[in-house]
Design a protein. Structure first.
Length: 614
């Protein structure tokens, strides 16, 4: 859960590596470092920001000049606290091999004990350091091997996940990279190559990339690259063109990426539906699943696996598919699916959802479902990602790069994808073509309604100012808006560090009501739908206990203004559509509370954008 960059070519490596690490800051990190090859290996690393590393590197200008090979890393602590000594890269004792590593070495303890018994000394508390000493030991025992062969041999001893980059002054003209469970991409330039954990640091230099698959190892020189399996079998790799440009990963005048991405949602929604929503024909065109649509329609059951925000989108998908297509749906945390020995067979469909397409727990669920014979379908945002490659069919959300760690536009894009999927599954089975056309027309009006909701930003900021010092929040919703309550609470705790819980409103009286007093803000999602009168009763219960009520309500609702201390209105829409509207004020409220508290909303503490460890 960290960032990797590498460069080999004709330019000075250090500036490129430092700039690349800045592009990866959104993934979350606690320390940073680079290693440069210029005859010998030079390493600069420290706890803290990439900007701090950049400032410190001024003292190493002489070592940096002329170095055209290097690797860089931003670390997110797993084994060992954030510190200078635990930052990557790691060196062997001779200082001629440098390693950076994403992932977790599960058998590091036994490897470390073995290496300690052979006289190796460790200078960090990380699991990653065992890799550089393991490589060193094998190379000493078989000095005739080249670096590629040594790494291949070392990785046969490693259990766990890795995105690995290695350079050595013994073979200074190459970078060796390997992948198992942690993404790596190679950018192809002219006389130069770029390596990264995702495309963000690469896109300003080239739009041609190669994605490594699990179990692959690549040797990269300034003249080219070769890819083989860990078993030394050559692989032919497809070159992919990136589908986004540099401006998509810059702030564009907004103070934070998160705010930019919240305000991008109307245009993102247009992009998600473009070419897919055919109102005149009364149908949805989902090319990525067209060949499997019949099997999807006749599934005995659909299981959706996801994590975090994607799991909340999946819950809305459950409501949509069961209401429109009348197919039984279960939603599983991907992290639990793998370990509970799920009952899945060839008559089931498993849908995995992930913004990055690299979420480790979701990938594990995908592979478990495939082993059991289910049809596995993916919904993800990143073209060329592992989920996109390993699922039999699927759909891209086309939400564009999401840089803010707290997901916003990816959530609404996923909900729209699930809405369109539910309609596609219902066609010819449960609802008429005319009904589908009506749903699609309402869906196509959502971007404009979201734009109107975003116009209330200043009002929402004023509410945030009143509640920024609260210690707890409760979010309540019913039906389609229960998952939105969960998502709203998650957004607040992710970026403001305020404790928040989401509940079905009816469950309030089964426990959470004990928490309500005059210091407890309670956010009700209270749009006019079939559960509206029940929600009003729940609000009365909170008011009678002096709770502070904030309501998300439908435009024109004056009754709720009598009950709530604050009301944020969203345009009137049918129940299945409302999550796409009601989530917007909750995203803005979380954002403003966090910024008013002085929090770094784009890089919240302890979180990573792409969770690539289990």
């Amino acid at each position: 859960m960290c960032g990797i960059v590498g460069y080999i070519g004709w330019q000075e490596a250090a500036p490129l590596l430092l700039k690349g690490l800045k592009r990866l800051e959104y993934r979350g990190y606690d320390s940073a470092g680079i290693a440069l090859l210029n005859g010998t290996l030079s390493v600069m690393k420290q706890k803290g920001s990439v900007s701090g590393l950049e400032t410190a590197s001024e003292a190493f200008r002489e070592e940096m000049q002329g170095a055209t090979v290097g690797i860089g890393h931003t670390r997110w602590a797993t084994h060992g606290e954030p510190s200078d000594r635990n930052a990557h890269p790691h060196l062997n004792s001779a200082g001629d091999i440098a390693v950076i590593h994403n992932g977790i070495v599960e058998n590091y303890s036994s490897l470390k004990q073995e290496l300690l018994s052979q006289g190796y000394l460790f200078s960090s508390d990380t699991d990653s350091e065992v890799l550089v000493h393991l490589i060193d030991r094998i190379w000493k025992s078989e000095p005739s091997l080249d670096l590629e062969s040594v790494i291949r041999s070392a990785l046969r001893h490693v259990e766990g996940a890795y995105g690995l980059c290695v350079i050595s002054s013994r073979e200074p003209d190459k970078i060796v990279v390997a992948r198992k469970g942690s993404p790596l991409v190679i950018g192809i330039g002219i006389g130069e190559f770029f390596i990264a954990s995702d495309a963000a640091p690469i896109v300003e230099h080239t739009n041609k990339v190669v994605y490594l698959s699990d179990g692959e190892l690549a040797v990269v020189t300034k003249d080219g690259y070769s890819v083989k399996t860990i078993e030394n079998i050559e692989q032919e790799k497809m070159v992919t063109e990136l589908d986004f440009s540099l401006d998509k990963i810059e702030k564009g005048g907004f103070e934070h990426f998160m705010l930019k991405e919240i305000f991008e949602q109307p245009s993102v929604m247009h992009d998600v539906m473009r070419g897919r929503v055919r109102i005149e024909e009364g149908r949805v065109c989902l090319g990525g699943i067209e060949d499997y649509l019949d099997r999807l329609k006749h599934a005995k059951r659909i299981v959706i696996c996801a994590c975090g925000t994607s799991w909340h989108a999946a819950l809305i998908g459950e409501y949509l598919i069961e209401e429109f297509a009348r197919i039984p749906v279960e939603v599983d945390y991907a992290s639990e699916f793998r370990y509970r020995n799920p009952i899945v067979d060839v008559d089931d469909v498993v849908i995995v959802i992930s913004q990055s397409g690299e979420t480790a727990d979701t990938l594990a669920a995908l592979r478990t479902a495939k082993e059991k014979g289910a049809l596995v379908m993916g919904i993800c945002n990143v073209v060329g990602s592992t989920i996109a490659r390993e699922t039999l069919c699927g759909m891209y959300t086309h939400a564009g790069p999401e840089v803010g760690v707290a997901s916003t536009k990816a959530f609404t894009a996923q909900v729209i994808m699930l809405y369109m999927l539910a309609l596609a599954l219902s066609k010819g089975r449960t609802i008429s073509q005319d009904e589908i056309a009506l749903h699609l027309k309402e869906l196509s009006n959502i971007p404009e309604k979201v734009s109107r909701t975003l116009e209330q930003d200043s009002q929402i900021k004023s509410i945030a100012e009143r509640f920024k010092d609260a210690r707890n929040f409760l979010y309540l919703g019913r039906g389609y808006n229960f998952p939105v309550a969960l998502e709203g609470a998650l957004k607040l705790k992710e970026i403001s560090y305020i404790h928040a819980e989401g509940y079905p409103a009816a469950e309030m009286k089964h426990g959470p009501i004990a928490l309500i007093d005059e210091d407890m803000p309670v956010i009700f999602i209270a749009t006019r739908d079939s559960t509206y009168t029940k929600i009003l009763s729940n609000i009365e219960e909170v008011r009678s206990r002096k709770g502070r009520v904030i309501a998300i309500a439908s435009e024109g609702d004056q009754e709720i203004a009598r009950l709530a201390e604050h009301v944020i209105y969203v345009p009137q829409s049918s129940g299945p559509i409302t999550p796409l509207l009601t989530v917007i004020p909750l995203q803005l409220l979380a954002y403003h509370i966090a910024t008013l508290r002085g929090c770094n909303v784009d890089r919240p503490r302890n979180l990573a954008k792409s969770v690539t460890v289990e």
